[in-house]
Ligand binder design. Sequence first.
Ligand code: DOR
Length: 419
Amino acid sequence: MARKLLRGTVDLHGNPLSVLWEEDRILALGPEIPETEADEVLEVEGTVFPGFIDPHVHLRTPGQEHKETLETGARAAAHGGFTTVVTMPNTDPPLDRPELLRGLYEEARQLPVDVRFAACLSVGRKGRAIPEMPLLAEAGAVAFTDDGSWLEDAHVAYQAYAMAAALNRPVLSHPEDPRWHRGGVAHQGERALKLGLPGIPRESEELAVVRDLALARLTGVRLHLQHISAHTSLPHIRRAVAEGLPVTAEVTPHHLLFTDEALETFDPRFKVNPPIREEADRDALRKLLPETWTVMGTDHAPHTVFEKEFDWLEAPFGLSWLDLAFSALYTHLVRPGLVDLATLVEAMTLRPARLLGLGDRGVLKEGKRADLVVVDLAATWQPTPRNTFSRGKNNPLMGEMLFGVVRLTVAAGEVAYRG
Ligand code: DOR
């Protein structure tokens, strides 16, 4: 059995930290582990973290492989330091049948990182009836979601949330009630008004959050509220958490980094659902990060260059993140002192592991899965369409100088990426 040793690395606080593992399990951690303990030594300079876990990505398989495949998505994940990702079922066809899921898991066995699948909350994501959820759970669904849209019908949603609770799977809800806007393409505020763009008000999210929290109270389901964008949603979530409901709020890199001032650029790479809102929203989300019930999810949404060159009204919603999320957040939040490194890392490791019930990962500890990433925090790189692995090049930070270069990603004990 091969034992591998990672040396030359430091921990979060800059203290030397080596990691020894055998197969897919961590055997020991310490400032100095003798080389004689290992069959193979990986000498890498940088800070070692648990592998990042993203509970919200779109790998577009099946049906939209021109935007992303499981393989390009997994390679982008490894490049960005992610060792586990959960891909959404808004595919073509949608993932609402167990045999589909089983086929995808078969394909995913070859991938460099752990790709898990979430299944639909409603048949065909149409919101009218629930799918065979017990069979989907048996086929490996780690969560249930209609992401891309909200399950509007409260009766169907009640059934789906209750069944998810019985199966001990979280519901990942996209809380956005389309009846508030129909056809909105940007945050409904002064900037969209001035530009004549149809708006999406905060209320469309806030009221959906309130309904979802009521259902969480009724059913006891573990409820993860995806991509929270509006500061007005937060008091409701806080109250639910204080009440003891098992609720988590997702923050995305784009809602933490940008504001609707970006509308002035007319650059559709900033177009996303829910929309990027105002400074007050962005700042409230930044302040939320230290709360242990916030979880980073990138909502990695690859689209083709061609589609993202349409004008703002026509271009599809979403940003591509897997290759560069950590570098972007480290550069724009941690380095300026807005968020501390330990908090960011926890939101990208331990908290998503808990949400997904993956108790064997999310921390560096003896006995846990050997999932880790080494980042050279002092080094810089410039993401470009050529040096990123995702097929989606739709991120406005392309070309910008970012701190934090991933040197090594190890997933289940195997090198998934080495820079
Ligand atoms: O901007 C988004 N893009 N939001 C979603 O909810 C779905 C996603 C996609 O699938 O492209």
